[in-house]
Design a protein around this ligand. Sequence first.
Ligand code: XMP
Length: 207
Amino acid sequence: MNRIIFALDVYDYNEALSLSRELSNDVFAIKVNWPLVMNNGISIVKEISRYSNVICDFKIADIDNTNRLITEKARENNAWGIITHSFTGRRSLKAVVSAAGDMKVFSLVSMSQESFIDNYTDDLVKMSMEENVYGLVAPGNRIDILRHIRSMSGDLKIIAPGIGAQGGGITDAIMAGADYVIIGRSIYSDPEPLKKVKSLNEILGDD
Ligand code: XMP
């Protein structure tokens, strides 16, 4: 089982496609974020989906109708999953879950850096579970918070950023309850990204 979600935070089309092709067999999913989509349009999601599960990290944080419009675009372009904020409230979260259909919804309940969301994490976890999200985003570099979120969230999948460049340790995050770890710079800034991914998989005991 692969437990790495590769954060493809590059601008360039050719680089994005070539990294996607190269790494797709050794990662669980590829996460795309605004830098790539702003430079290349949403259709890049569909292109990358030919090689890998794609998670759109759009951190949606708007009113229900706008959330629905954004979610539909990700779905139309074959995204496997989507990341939404939950601090905007139940009505906004419901709109994402309902527009997502089969697409997996990950609700952000705590950031990999300190934020005002920290004051509401328990409420956000509870609401996200009530609204039937597929998973949560929780910090892989703030282990006590990650462990606490794991203890509250039953079977929900937890995906955890903050590994490597932001200081978190890959095995610490998995041991604290992450199902998948999100890693960007430590992979794409490495001179040999595939070798790097394989060595991380070895640390995790995955093939
Ligand atoms: P690096 O290069 O730091 O990339 O390994 C991390 C990736 O994850 C995103 N990120 C977050 N996404 N909640 C999220 O939903 C977070 O708290 C968070 N922290 C980092 C970041 O944008 C990058 O794509």
